[in-house]
Design a binder for this molecule. Structure first.
Ligand SMILES: Nc1nc2c(ncn2[C@@H]2O[C@H](COP(=O)(O)OP(=O)(O)OP(=O)(O)O)[C@@H](O)[C@H]2O)c(=O)[nH]1
Ligand SMILES: [Mg+2]
Length: 601
């Protein structure tokens, strides 16, 4: 099914045309029939020769009902633009066109009605010229008579071409059903109707209405019971829930939209608008019309505070209208009250407290596109679910950790700051084994400790909830190898890794030299490395031995092999910690004979 709205000046034959196409009565109210005037939205449908069904939302043309017209057109992707042959282009032709253009409706038909009353050519030429300047410039144009039926066959064919050209809406899109009618059905409770532009609704689904859960008890589409619908479709839902539905509110997929009353937007002034944007306006989106205060931030960027929160996505277009302006006081040709379109750039904008903050914000948003990259630039970090609720369900790239997405530039600047922060902490707390993750989280002003962990790169590592500062200036593979070796050497401080183990870790002569240079390892002899400070610990252990001692006694005390003990003792000799007494014995220097308990300062 596809949904098409009507548009056009009062009395130009919209409802008559819908009636002629569908055999159904779009004007249901007694008052409408008595006055020959559409007041409320009307609904009717028909099957085209392709078999595709098309539902019409018939809108009022009278200037007083522009709000209702916008509610009808709001969620609909295409329009049947009606101009009467005998009257031609009129003020609400203009106003409706400006509204459609502002809302971004680009698909439709131009239908010149009442062709039995006058030659349709002049009206058609005039209307085509106006449409050519708008987004509807490609619309096919036809002349018909709703009274005689002339041209209706061609119109049905043109409608078939139109609906075939409409993009197929995404059935997996989050649901946002703007309610356009509410009524009670005796015995089954509250029923609402609306145009579902995309997504799927099934009986039993739980949707949210202003944050309150609402269960779909039953559904009808085109007056027939259904269990599942996908947009675009006209649908009536029988609901159970605690809130009373109203027109202008929306049923949404829970978590699929951001409810907000504060948005930063880019304004696109409507054609023919005089450029002034009053501070108090009415915002239209879907079937909603909501009061709003405008704060220009600079350039074409403004902040809107809405009278009530609306479920929005990035890139949604709000139509701004001046409700107070009386069109009769203007030259009728330019009497549009549609002032601008406002496309949503950010639905969680930062507070603007400092002087100059507004201008900075405008500058930041000047080049912003309604996409995830721009959002992340503004917010730096967002959870996947927040992005989804803002309408960026498929964000760029992978999360930086868990479900967090980060602005790439911000993330790399954090990565650069972290080592500095850790260094400073180490300097201020020399006795602590490292910087607690939680303190680093606080320092970097991050919302989640896991983000800190994700930022830690060699030579930094995380151990026991702290960021441990490893040796600096090491190539990452070497740093990683040293980090793997360190626990083995901590457990057995004098059991230098065998050549096989070093090879396994990728520590060849060059890597070992780099690690030694960086102070990550202590070289005892070629291919024999220990952790820095191992020699001092060895000296302390050897000092406890009866002096002098043999290599064998030293080896036992140090729990190591001759392979390490011999070069280690030679290393200690060189450092002046031990000295030879004779061929078989050494002793610790600077110890008086018999003294033990060599203390290392
Ligand atoms: N002769 C003739 N009269 C028509 C034709 N279409 C509509 N009319 C008449 O024009 C008047 C207005 O028609 P509607 O269909 O109510 O016009 P509308 O555009 O729906 O008006 P609103 O909904 O109030 O904006 C009615 O008296 C119709 O009978 C047509 O093709 N030929
Ligand atoms: Mg009508």
């Amino acid at each position: 099914m596809q949904v098409v709205a009507t548009a056009g000046h009062v009395d130009h034959g919209k409802s008559t045309l819908v009636r002629a196409l569908t055999g159904m009565e779009p004007d249901r109210l007694e008052e409408e029939r008595r006055r020959g005037l559409t007041i409320e939205l009307g609904y009717a449908w028909t099957a085209l020769s392709s078999g595709e069904r098309v539902a019409f939302v018939d809108v009022p043309g009278h200037e007083r009902f522009l709000g209702t017209m916008l509610a009808g057109v709001g969620p609909v992707p295409a329009v049947m633009f009606v101009v009467a042959a005998d009257e031609g282009w009129m003020p609400q032709s203009e106003e409706h066109l400006v509204a459609l253009e502002t809302l971004g409706v680009r698909l439709g038909l131009l239908v010149v009605t009442r062709a039995d009353l006058a030659d349709p050519a002049p009206a058609m030429n005039q209307a085509r010229a106006r449409l050519a300047e708008s987004g509807l410039g490609q619309a096919e144009a036809l002349a018909v008579s709703g009274r005689t039926g002339q041209g209706l066959g061609e119109l049905r064919e043109a409608l078939d071409r139109l609906v075939a050209a409409l993009p197929a809406p995404d059935p997996e899109a989050p649901v946002r059903l703007w309610i356009d009618r509410v009524f009670s059905v005796h015995g089954s409770g509250t029923v609402v109707t609306g145009t579902l532009p995309a997504g799927r609704i099934e009986v039993g689904d739980e949707l949210a209405l202003d944050g309150e859960p609402m269960r779909v008890r039953a559904m009808e589409s085109l007056k027939e019971p259904v269990t599942s619908v996908t947009g675009a479709v006209r649908v009536a839902l029988n609901l159970r829930g605690r809130v009373a539905p109203e027109r202008g509110h929306a049923l949404v997929t829970p978590g699929g939209w951001t409810f907000t009353d504060l948005v930063d937007v880019r304004l696109t002034p409507a054609r023919d608008a005089d450029g002034s944007v009053p501070q108090r306006l009415t915002v239209h989106i879907g079937s909603a019309s909501v009061g709003c205060a405008v704060r220009p931030l600079g350039g074409d960027v403004a902040r809107l505070r809405l009278a009530r929160p609306l479920p929005l996505h990035l890139g949604d277009v709000l139509l701004l209208r001046d409700p107070g302006r009386d069109p009769r006081r203007h030259d009728l040709g330019h009497a549009t009250r549609v002032l601008a379109g406002a496309s949503v750039l950010d639905m969680r904008p930062p507070e603007l407290r400092r002087r100059g903050a507004a201008r900075e914000r405008a500058a930041a948003l000047e080049t912003a596109a309604p996409d995830a990259a721009s959002l992340l630039r503004a917010h730096r970090l967002l959870r996947a679910e927040e992005l989804a609720a803002m309408g960026c369900g498929v964000p760029l790239g992978r999360p930086v950790c868990a479900d967090w997405h980060a602005d790439p530039a911000y993330w790399s600047s954090l990565g650069e700051r972290l080592p500095e922060v850790v260094r400073r902490y180490a300097a201020e707390h020399p006795l602590e084994p490292g910087m607690p993750l939680e303190i680093a989280r606080h320092e970097l002003d991050l919302p989640d400790r896991r983000l800190v962990t994700a930022l830690v790169r060699p030579p930094l590592t995380v151990a026991d909830g702290r960021i441990v500062s490893g040796p600096s200036d090491l190539p990452p593979p070497v740093a990683r190898a040293v980090q793997r070796l360190a626990p083995e050497l901590s457990a057995h401080p004098f059991l230098a890794p065998e050549a096989v183990r070093l090879a396994e870790l990728g520590l060849g002569p060059r890597e070992l030299a780099a690690a030694v240079r960086a102070g990550a390892l202590l070289r005892i002899a070629d291919g024999i490395v220990l952790l820095p400070g191992a020699d001092v610990r060895a000296a302390a252990l050897l000092a406890r031995l009866p002096q002098p001692f043999t290599v064998s006694e030293a080896r036992t005390a140090l729990k190591t092999s001759r392979r390490v003990a011999v070069p280690l003792l030679e290393h200690l000799d060189r450092k002046g910690i031990t000295e030879r007494v004779d061929d078989a014995h050494r002793r610790c220097r600077s110890l008086s004979p018999g003294q033990t308990g060599y203390m290392v300062g």
